[in-house]
Every structure is written in C-alpha cells, then in structure tokens.
Write a protein that binds this ligand. Structure first.
Ligand code: C5P
Length: 319
C-alpha cells in the first residue's frame, strides 16, 4: 500500500485546499473520484479538503477507470504539489480530513461523560484539537455558579441566588484558573442537584453544541441529557483509587501535599452525589462507548477514542 499527500493549490475561497490520496494498486476501477462544486475534479480515491472551506462539496463520487497518475505527472501541473507519505501520517491526515468534511456540512458533536478525575477533560481537549471542534468543559459552568455563591457568602442551597448566578454564566468567560479549586468542585456538585439551575445551564450548553463547526462537550449528563443526539458518545471511567492517585500526583507535581485517603474519600463522596441525584444523575448513555482508563495512559485512551470516532465518520462518508 502506498500513500500520497497531494496539496491542491487551487484556492477556495482563499486558503489552499488539500487533497489526500491513497494508492492501493495501479488500477483505480471501483474506486471513487471526488467532485467539487466549482466543477473541479480531484482524482482522489480518498480525498477531502482540509481547509474547512464551506464551498467544497466532497460528496459526489463516481468510479474512475483512470490509473493513478505518477508523482511527476501530478507535479507537472502547477496546481498540485504531491509527495509520498507514510501510513501513519496518512491515517492522521485522513482522520482530520473526514472530520473536516463534516465540519463543512453538518457539524459534529462528541459527548464525553464520566466521574471526576477519569481523564475526560484531557481527552476532550485532545479530541477537540485533533478534529478542530469547539470545546466546552461543562463542569466549569456548575463551578461558576458555585463560585458566585461562595464569593457572596450565600448558602449553596439558596435556589433563587443559584438561578441568578446560572443566568449570568457567560460560556466565553469561564476562568479555569479561578474555578479549578478543589473546594469549588465540591460546591459545584451541591448546586448541580438543583433542577432549575441545571435547566438554565443545559440551555446554554446546547446552544454551544449547535454552534458551527460542532463541539466536544464533557461533563456528567452530556450523552444522556444535553446532547442525546450526539454523533459519538464516550463514557470515560477509572477506579476511584486510580483517580485518587492521579489527583495526588497532580497536587504533588506542583509542590503541594495531600493525603491519599482523604482524596479518595472526597472522590467517593462526589461520585455518590453525582450518581445518586434525582435530576440527570451521572450514568453512561445506552449508546455510549465505555473507556476505562484505570490501566490506560491518556495517549492510549486518545487513540481508542479516535478509532471509535473515525469509524463513525467513515460510515457517514460511505452513506
Ligand atoms: O467536572 P467537574 O469536576 O468540573 O464538575 C464539577 C461538578 O459539577 C461535578 O461534580 C458535578 O456535580 C457537576 N456537573 C454536573 N453536570 C455536568 C458537569 C458537571 O452535574 N455536565
């Protein structure tokens, strides 16, 4: 199997587009060829524009009876710059290309749920970067409400104050540095049991998910409540002990000290509160893919998630 990267210099509308080609053999019968709305034809069998331009339509296909041109032939047309690449590079670019196709056409939502410390935040960030989607850590929205109440010295079960704080949450202004404090997380899980607060925040989260080109959202109820129609749902978990150890390592890595048993007790208590509440308890959606990161490094979890997502994208591509 040989892989080629072809940079198509044709400009739509301003940025250079990129096409990818995979060459299995010299005969392209039964392979697809890509058409574009401006009348251009890519002689790709697997091709997609990577620049995210909305003007590009990659859907139309027909079988090509042409052989794949050799590199010299492609490069003799100064619209193109082609080179052979390795399989790993090709696969990475191809998965980006598939994602870019859906960014261009339909938008794409990835829902990630799981308990605190399972690694879903890091995974969400890696996936949003890779697929170039917007990212929302919905935990920050509950933390923002809790933080407002703490700052005002109000009890965390003051429903009307919590509702007011929830209405004031601005997704563009969530300050992770301020909100990431452990005490704020604890308080967040208390305000998160108030149904009216959840409704207000969920509305904002849904609006965010709908904003082009689509988003990765992580939280506790994304696949079940916020985005029940998400294109991909992941439920990321790890044993409470592993999560407590990770938290301890994190604290120690920045020079802090903490007690493992206390952290573990905190995690177990937060799990119970999140899983046991009446409204939107933490649980995997029926159609979620489970990723247990207890024995898995973040890189392995990222690759596993990508395999799941690329599979969904590839099926759409064929549809
Ligand atoms: O994920 P993070 O630790 O920042 O979340 C803080 C708290 O916010 C969680 O313990 C949970 O109670 C609440 N939360 C929620 N629903 C979400 C995200 C977070 O109830 N989608």
């Amino acid at each position: 199997m040989r892989y080629f990267y072809v940079h198509w210099k044709h400009r739509i509308p301003e940025e250079p587009s990129r096409l990818w080609y995979e060459v299995a053999d010299d005969n392209f019968q039964n392979r697809t060829i890509e058409f574009y709305t401006d009348g251009s034809v890519g002689f790709a069998i697997r091709g997609a524009a990577l620049d995210g331009s909305e003007d590009i339509e990659i859907g139309g296909t027909r079988n090509s009876v042409e052989g794949f041109p050799d590199l010299t032939e492609i490069n003799s047309d100064n619209q193109f710059e082609a080179s052979e690449v390795n399989a790993v590079d090709f696969e990475r670019r191809w998965s980006e290309a598939l994602a870019s196709r859906f960014r261009m056409t339909t938008g794409f939502t990835i829902a990630i749920d799981g308990p605190a410390g399972a690694g879903k935040g890091t995974l969400a960030r890696r996936l949003a970067d890779h697929y170039r989607l917007n990212l929302l850590d919905t935990g920050l929205t509950y933390r923002a409400v809790a933080h407002s109440l703490l700052r005002l010295g109000l009890p965390l079960d003051n429903v009307s104050a919590a509702e007011t704080a929830a209405r004031q949450v601005d997704l563009a202004k969530l300050d992770r540095a301020v909100l990431s404090a452990h005490a704020v997380g604890e308080a967040a899980s208390k305000v998160a049991v108030i149904p009216s607060v959840r409704r207000i925040l969920v509305d904002k989260q849904r609006d965010f998910a709908k904003t082009p080109p689509g988003a990765v959202l992580d939280g506790r109820d994304i696949g079940t409540v916020v985005c029940p129609d998400a294109d991909v749902k992941l439920y990321v978990t790890a044993s409470a002990e592993v999560r407590a150890k990770r938290r301890l390592d994190e604290i120690e890595s920045i020079g802090g000290t903490a007690n493992f048993d206390e952290i573990l007790a905190d995690i177990v208590r937060r799990d119970e509160r999140d899983m046991g509440r009446m409204d939107s308890p933490l649980k995997p959606a029926a159609d979620a893919h489970l990723l247990d990161t207890s024995e898995m490094a973040i890189e392995a979890a990222f690759l596993a998630a990508r395999a799941i997502i690329d599979d969904v994208l590839a099926k759409r591509n064929e549809a």
